[in-house]
Ligand binder design. Structure first.
Ligand code: C2E
Ligand code: CA
Ligand code: CA
Ligand code: CA
Length: 275
């Protein structure tokens, strides 16, 4: 309205997105997007520094013909708010499993992000069992990334569920590790295989000794507990070197590759091997 005439500014992602964005419009379009194939999975490589093996994190992209490109941070929030995040997460799990099946590589592995509601849902386990049966893949080929907020509600039921999922052979990772104020407690009580150190911790390790000491200590603590440690948001060669010195197990970030579409993966993997 400020601009007058017919101009409508629906979004301005550089400002306080939550206030500016038009949730009902996003919601309506997102419901359509799920059926109209506007959602796409991108994949970002995660490098195992010990074996040089590469697996991928599946990250959603929404290219809306009407609204343009909406960042996942934004539309995931709307979906969580309106209770159709589970439909979206299940779509992602299905597509990721199809990707594993299509790769015909028994060591192929894909990590998917589970939102709190999906993790809490009673049907998650049966859905996962159905999908691995459908594509004839092994549970160990799917990694489930959960965030620390997932545990705020109904903690014991979630812990029990994670135990069962782990027992079935799924790998479970705590995503964005370190940003909640209960991180250490989660290390104590959660049955997981891996932590992914949030990118805010990686950002300045080559510039600030303090930041490096924090990351170094998280890595050594987690490894003593028998967990695999992934560093997210690795953007520079210096960061790679410092993380290797700290015995970090896996690296992920723009230094290696941004998330890319499936067609670009072979090229991207080749470039990483040349690094
Ligand atoms: P996340 O799971 O923590 O994903 C990592 C985010 O960091 C991704 O943003 C990725 O593109 C970005 N990133 C990767 N490497 C670097 C780097 O070196 N530097 C910087 N600055 N950023 C890097 P993206 O794809 O925009 O996703 C944002 C968030 O949206 C994800 O955070 C996740 O919480 C959520 N999300 C994405 N896909 C899904 C999904 O399928 N289901 C659910 N429930 N959530 C999803
Ligand atoms: Ca993640
Ligand atoms: Ca993360
Ligand atoms: Ca995140």
């Amino acid at each position: 309205k400020q601009k007058g005439g017919q101009a409508i500014t629906v979004f301005n992602f550089n400002e306080h997105t939550n206030e500016v964005m038009n949730k009902p419009i996003i919601e309506r379009e997102l419901r359509r997007a799920v059926t109209k194939k506007e959602l796409t999975l991108y994949f970002q490589p995660v490098i195992d520094v010990h074996t040089k093996g590469i697996h991928f994190e599946a990250l959603l992209r929404w290219f809306s013909p009407k609204l343009g490109t909406i960042p996942p941070d934004v539309f995931i929030l709307v979906a969580e708010d309106r209770d159709f995040i589970q439909t979206i997460d299940e779509w992602v799990i299905d597509k990721a499993s199809e990707f594993i099946y299509t790769s015909k590589d028994p060591s192929a592995k894909v990590a998917v992000n589970l939102s709190t509601k999906t993790l809490a849902s009673d049907t998650l386990e049966s859905m996962l069992e159905t999908v691995i049966e459908k594509y004839q893949i092994s549970p160990s080929q799917l990694e489930l990334e959960i965030t620390e907020h997932s545990l705020l509600r109904n903690e014991q039921a979630i812990i029990d569920k994670l135990f069962r999922l782990k027992k079935l052979g799924f790998s479970v990772a705590i995503d964005d590790f370190g940003v909640s104020n209960a991180s250490l407690n989660y290390l104590r009580v959660l049955p997981v295989n891996k932590i992914k150190i949030d990118k805010v911790f990686i950002h300045n390790i080559e510039k600030l000794a303090k930041e490096y000491h924090i990351v170094h200590s998280i890595i050594s603590l987690a490894r003593k507990l028998g967990l695999t440690v992934t560093a997210e948001g690795v953007e520079t060669k210096e960061q790679v070197e410092m993380l290797l010195q700290s015995n970090c197990d896996e690296l992920q970030g723009y230094y290696f590759s941004k998330p890319v579409d499936e067609q670009s993966l072979d090229r991207v993997v080749e470039q990483i091997h040349d690094k």
